[in-house]
Write a protein that binds this ligand. Structure first.
Ligand code: ADP
Ligand code: MG
Length: 269
């Protein structure tokens, strides 16, 4: 492991109160009146690693956006008890990020401190030190003044992880964090996620690599626009559930929306 995990970054207490809850209650979200996800209910396991897994177009990113309040439910709601907006960090899908912005690596990482210091206040020496420590942690020491458009895909993803490090959030939402990045970077970022979970942070990651989910995530929501199963990963990723997830999206592509709520399986933790 090449990095100095968490470097000199000063950490807050990261565990949520024991009665905090983060989840979905009968949640349906539509785009142009077509449901992208429907009737989802359940809770993420706090202080643990949670994967959201399913085929393309299954509604995985929509779940994260609903949790963040970026899309509005048609029905149902997000349960967010004992968690403040400032407790949540979000790494969007790479395709949602404009990398042509004329800003430096340090400026981008610094935006992770905005909630703490305010958008228009100078970060000060402590803030800059925090940024440098986070960049060292992700293996990008000395990259502070590099414009972000000069970075490789893997380097840019490391910068986004550095931004989350300075945010020091209790709940971390990641949308396909390893898409199109090299194996070494993936391995090192997975180690950082494991470290976050050891610190009792809550990680919720959208992933499309089944083996990564099995190896690194304790709990999984298997999604195909509706919930197929939600619980401990080894009980969720069964051949039957996976087959049903694939079929559900195939059926959806060709036919009007249907709801098979009775098929959903919530397994005990
Ligand atoms: P996933 O992340 O699992 O690939 P998404 O949540 O991005 O799935 O999308 C679920 C469905 O909603 C897809 O059919 C997608 O095309 C559609 N969708 C997503 N965002 C929008 C949007 N802004 N406008 C219209 N349709 C959208
Ligand atoms: Mg997506």
């Amino acid at each position: 492991m090449a990095w100095r995990l968490l470097g000199n970054v000063t950490m807050n207490s990261v565990s949520l109160s024991s009665d905090a809850q983060f989840g979905l209650d009968n949640l349906t979200v539509s785009y142009q009146r077509r449901p992208a996800i429907h009737h989802l209910s359940g809770r993420f396991t706090l202080g643990s690693s949670n994967a959201i897994y399913g085929p393309n177009g299954a509604g995985k990113s929509t779940v994260l956006k609903a949790l963040l309040g970026l899309v509005r439910p048609d029905h149902g709601k997000v349960i967010c008890d004992g968690i403040r907006t400032a407790d949540i960090a979000y790494l969007p899908q790479a395709s949602d990020i404009d990398r042509s912005l004329p800003i430096t690596v340090a400026d981008l990482v610094l935006t992770g401190l905005w909630q703490r210091i305010g958008m228009f206040r100078a970060a000060g020496k402590a803030g800059r030190q925090r940024v440098s420590a986070a960049l060292t942690t992700v293996g990008l020491s000395g990259f502070e003044h590099r414009p972000i458009y000069q970075l490789s895909g893997g380097q840019f993803q490391r910068v986004l992880f550095a931004r989350i490090l300075v945010q020091d959030a209790k709940v971390i939402l990641l949308d396909e964090p390893f898409n199109s990045i090299d194996a070494k970077t993936t391995e090192e970022l997975l180690a950082l996620i494991n470290q976050w979970v050891l610190e009792q942070r809550t990680v919720i990651a959208v992933l499309h690599d089944e083996q990564q989910v099995r190896n690194h995530f304790q709990h999984t929501l298997l999604l195909a626009r509706e919930m197929i199963a939600w619980g401990p990963t080894h009980k969720v990723l069964t051949p039957t559930h996976l087959q049903r997830a694939r079929m559900n999206v195939a059926v959806w592509d060709e036919a009007p929306p249907v709801c098979h709520r009775d098929d959903a399986v919530v397994t005990a933790s």
